[in-house]
Write a protein that binds this ligand. Structure first.
Ligand SMILES: NC(=O)c1ccc[n+]([C@@H]2O[C@H](COP(=O)([O-])OP(=O)(O)OC[C@H]3O[C@@H](n4cnc5c(N)ncnc54)[C@H](OP(=O)(O)O)[C@@H]3O)[C@@H](O)[C@H]2O)c1
Length: 316
């Protein structure tokens, strides 16, 4: 048996993603071996592959490097002192974040403490869509202290983070506004958000008196959206590149503002899996690519217009 992985051979365009074959790892004490069925593809994977951001600078001397942080699959063996899971259990996790990666692998040994059990009623595809994006959504809403009855504006509601953020905010009984292009207006409405087509007019002309801005776009779109907030409003800006600039501007205007870096938290993933199992959250998966089409998966993320999530099928 072999372990196929997708690695970044050098920084560059999607053609630098190569398939490599290695041994199947042995789970060490406290670890389990997971046969990965689906791996999530996130914008950070794409930026790192292009040589951008801190995950690239930290790993530049370790190429070829296997990216990927979202996995869902089944336990195939357990290491010593690993007691939480049995062979055959379905699990998902937000693994190796931020520096180790490794999710684009057919088999990966991970500490069992990093994994969540996937309920029977949740598919492994849905589970693979949740870890990084879902936890970013929950942590952004938590940081903003979103409460029942608040008016919450979420920029980029149709993306991987946004579609989950909308549903979690709606479940918390917030009134949710979001921005998207025309093709996603109906989809956003089905999730319970008031949707504004950002290509038609700036959101500041359409939304006012928001208590909270969850920015998933950054740059000029975020600066414009500051005008939607009421006095004393709260901003959480998620894209790291423009976070400092947006926080500075927001604070000058008298708002509470912060950037964030998502922090893996298995209990939070348990909660998200539960929400999916009871129908409070529905994951949207635009496309599942076979692992040998990983370059196409990265190209899709680079369009900036993915609806929901992109996954890799690691076993085909
Ligand atoms: N700091 C952290 O810890 C952290 C964690 C996760 C993600 N991030 C960052 O957060 C951002 C969002 O991540 P993601 O996974 O949700 O990305 P994504 O899935 O690639 O986002 C794609 C979505 O963005 C929407 N979009 C593009 N331009 C827009 C605009 N000007 N206004 C409104 N919507 C727009 C698109 O909707 P339309 O097709 O309708 O335009 C599309 O559905 C990325 O920059 C990512 O790197 C940071």
């Amino acid at each position: 048996m072999e372990n196929r992985q997708i690695a970044i051979s050098q920084f560059g365009d999607p053609s630098v993603l190569v398939s490599q074959v290695g041994p199947i790892p042995q789970p060490q004490a406290g670890e389990v071996l997971v046969r990965v069925h689906f791996a999530g593809v996130n914008p950070i994977d794409v930026k790192t592959r292009a040589g951008l951001g801190w995950a690239a600078s930290e790993n530049k001397d370790k190429l070829p490097w296997v990216p990927g942080y979202d996995i869902a699959g089944e336990i195939v063996s357990v290491g010593e002192q690993s007691e939480r899971f049995s062979v055959g259990d379905k699990v998902a996790g937000f693994v190796g974040f931020p520096l180790q990666g490794g999710g684009y692998s057919q088999y990966i040994a991970v500490p069992e403490s990093e994994l969540s059990q996937v309920p029977d009623s949740v598919t492994l595809e849905a589970a693979a869509a949740l870890p990084l994006a879902g936890q970013t959504a929950v942590q952004a809403l938590d940081k903003a202290g979103v409460k029942e009855g608040q008016r919450v504006l979420i920029l980029a509601g149709a993306g991987g983070v946004g579609h989950i953020a909308i549903q979690v905010a709606v479940a918390a009984k917030a009134e949710v506004f979001t921005t998207c292009s025309e093709a996603n207006l109906d989809y956003m409405a089905t999730l319970g958000a008031h949707a504004v087509n950002y290509k038609f007019a700036p959101v500041s002309e359409r939304v006012e008196e928001a208590d909270v801005l969850i920015d998933l776009v950054g740059g000029d779109a975020a600066l414009d959206a500051l005008n939607c907030l009421k006095d004393g409003g709260t901003v959480v800006t998620v894209p790291t590149l423009s976070a400092e600039m947006i926080c500075e501007k927001a604070k000058l205007l008298g708002f509470e503002a912060t950037g964030m870096l998502v922090d893996p938290n298995p209990e939070q993933l348990d909660a998200l899996l539960y929400m999916v199992s009871v129908g409070l959250v529905k994951t949207e998966i635009q496309q599942v690519y076979p692992l040998d089409q990983v370059a196409d998966a990265h190209k899709q993320i680079e369009t900036g217009h993915t609806r929901g999530k992109i996954l890799l099928d690691m076993q085909c």
